[in-house]
Design a protein around this ligand. Sequence first.
Ligand code: 5GP
Length: 113
Amino acid sequence: MKTVFEKIIDRELPADVVAEGDRWIAFRDIHPAAPAHVLVVPKKPIARLAAATSAEQGVLGELLLAAAEVARREGLGESGFRIVINNGPDGGETVPHLHVHVLGGRAMNWPPG
Ligand code: 5GP
């Protein structure tokens, strides 16, 4: 069964897409946890970071570069931003399709809750 992110990638579900490459798509989180909250998602489903293999090394690098570019486009280049990948139940993962959260527009706390 498709995840919500696969449905967004296949344009079966609407999303506010802010950027896109051949192997990834970036869209706004439906429940933003910060003034700027964008998800960067590989188009080829990978369940989570721990499921990635060396064959995915290239796309993993692209996701991080895309996240930094999205942050710049969101105007977060100077103020700063946070990149998050939730992995598994204790990591807070709710959608089993790898995604990089780009969060900014407010000061982040550390350690995270
Ligand atoms: P996770 O908790 O797995 O790291 O993050 C999943 C994120 O996906 C959550 O922040 C949640 O708000 C977001 N999300 C879940 N369903 C949808 C959806 O249908 N559209 C969008 N744009 N975001 C979604």
